[in-house]
Design a protein around this ligand. Structure first.
Ligand code: ATP
Length: 518
């Protein structure tokens, strides 16, 4: 065979006969492997020789390729072996190979870089999302998954940024500037600082996020707890820590401080979150009905009991029973609650059957239970049973730093609800709100802002839009008349809404309207 045409090929070529002797080596082959001499054995020229594939190639009558074989000097070659036939008989093989050491070192370098990148990616506390130019995720770190409440096995690659942080690419802050956004985290909706950095060569963007702990925003939607106060944040931390254990929690604090919100937050973080959260306000139900409401009753148990009815304890099965205003629980029922707490057992009214209850009990009070114990109005044993963990929610006047945050929160909530474009509160109005003592705590602040949003004429809430209890009201008939008339006009003469705005009952408004000739 004449192999001369192979002499100047860029690829190295060896022709091997079936006795594994080199019968031809072109100049590229000799350049790469100096000891590839014609007439000598080819054994050991390549790393693959330890499993020489010649017999395989002969049997299969087809060639094979190895992308990374080694030659003796350590270089990497891409190598192939093809069978040669003469009149149908196998006579040897032709081996073609090319130095790919550069390619291999590039691949190794790329692998090393990838390992470095992953190590850095996963050792920083920020969530990182790498986006393409359209805003789709091409890479992300593990923290991003955790921070954005994604399952361990979920892949964020290919998802659009809005799916993850609720913002379009265009809504993210301008390149290089940090901004605050709200994201859904395992602790609820939390404030996060976000930075968008463009990549070189226009490949896309890097979005980095970290949760801003200065303001705790826990829970979701209507159940969001917002606070900046370190005292309240400690309470929330404790609530979070005990949420996963089935311990009884007693939440103490003045009216309107957020005790119910906190109870719901604990339930939502607990293993019972898929179960019901059932609230019963012990102060709002007359004593004689409370027992039936709590434990349920059987038909005929009392006049009006026309059918069997489960109580709140049964409705809370598998979930959480929230006993609001527990300080108002009458003494005779406290014994039954103690039995429920201790034995997890109860009976419906008019029934002798003892029922089992699988509920977690959270209770709350705005009364001083220790004082009630001293007066013999609350059972001490029940107090200790209910308050295995005690959480004390501070009043708003002791966390004034929360006032501006809560104002913003309620402005957003009620501007949306009443379709009003309110930008904020004037500095005078803010001063007044910050100096007010808020006996009704957050609930009172919420009502003040809701009312102001409805009555405010411009886009900013001013002092005159705020109705605070301690502000002097001069009940001159004419002033009253004018004020009520204005509110009625603003509310389209809807008396229920006007009464709400004016902070009075509907019937009081109706009476006043009559008195004032409106
Ligand atoms: N930290 C907070 N962030 C946002 N909203 C709050 C916060 N605290 C309270 N609120 C709001 O204030 C109102 C009163 O809260 P909540 O009913 O939880 O108070 P409470 O202490 O249970 O009141 P009560 O003692 O009268 O039962 C609710 O509308 C709640 O959403």
């Amino acid at each position: 065979m004449d192999f001369n045409i192979l002499e100047h090929l860029f690829d190295a070529v060896l022709v091997i006969d079936k006795d594994r002797r080199v019968i031809y080596a072109n100049s590229s082959a000799k350049g790469l492997i100096g000891d590839a001499k014609e007439g000598e054995s080819c054994k050991g020229l390549f790393s693959i020789c330890s499993h020489c594939p010649m017999s395989y190639v002969e049997e299969e009558r087809e060639g094979l390729q190895v992308y990374d074989a080694r030659i003796r000097n350590g270089k990497h070659v891409c190598w192939s072996m093809t069978p040669l036939f003469e009149k149908g008989d196998f006579v040897g093989v032709i081996e073609v190979f090319r130095d790919v050491s550069n390619v291999v070192s590039c691949i190794l370098e790329a692998e090393r870089q990838k390992a470095y990148k992953e190590a850095i990616f996963n050792s920083i506390v920020e969530a990182i999302l790498v986006l393409d130019t359209q805003g789709y995720v091409v890479e992300h770190n593990q923290i991003a998954k955790r921070m954005l409440c994604r399952e361990e096995e979920e892949n964020l690659t290919g998802k659009y940024i809005k799916e993850l942080v609720n913002l379009d690419l265009e809504e993210l802050p301008p390149e290089g500037e940090r901004a605050d956004v709200y994201i859904n985290t395992p602790c609820g909706k939390q404030k996060a600082s976000v930075l968008l950095s463009p990549m070189q060569s226009g490949f896309g963007y890097i979005v980095s996020l970290y949760v801003v702990n200065e303001v705790a925003v826990c829970g979701f939607g209507e159940e969001m707890i917002i606070t900046k106060s370190s005292a309240f944040q400690k309470v929330i931390d404790l609530a979070r820590a005990c949420a996963e254990h089935d311990v009884n929690v007693l939440i103490e604090g003045e009216t309107g401080t957020g005790k119910s919100l906190l109870a719901k937050y604990i339930h939502n973080l607990s293993p019972r979150r898929a179960g019901p959260f059932v609230k019963i306000n012990c102060a709002a139900i007359p004593d004689h009905l409370l027992e039936a409401e709590l434990f349920g009753y059987m038909r005929g148990a009392f006049t009006g009991a026309v059918r069997d009815k489960p109580g709140k304890v049964e409705l809370a099965e598998g979930g959480t029973l929230f006993l609001d205003e527990i300080g108002d629980m009458p003494l005779h029922l406290q014994a039954k609650i103690l039995h429920l707490v201790q034995e997890k057992e109860f009976e419906r009214l008019g029934d002798t059957k003892v029922r089992r209850a699988n509920v977690r009990i959270i209770s709350s009070t705005n009364k001083n239970l220790r004082e009630l114990i001293k007066k013999g109005l609350f059972r001490e044993d029940l107090y200790y049973r209910l308050g295995v963990v005690k959480l004390q929610v501070p009043p708003l006047r002791e966390r004034k730093e929360d006032i501006p945050l809560l104002i913003n929160h309620f402005l957003e909530k009620y501007s949306k609800a009443y379709s009003r474009k309110i930008k904020g509160v004037s500095s005078e109005a803010m001063k007044l709100l910050l100096s007010y003592h808020f006996p009704g705590n957050v609930r009172e602040l919420e009502n003040v802002i809701e009312r102001a949003i409805i009555t405010c004429k411009g886009s900013v809430i001013n002092v005159e839009d705020l109705q605070l209890e301690f502000q002097e009201q001069v009940p001159q008939k004419e002033e009253d008349r004018e004020k009520i008339r204005q509110v009625l006009e603003q509310t389209g003469w809807n008396k229920s809404l006007a009464a709400k705005v004016l902070g009075m009952h509907r019937t009081t408004l109706w009476r006043k309207m009559k008195e004032l000739g409106l």
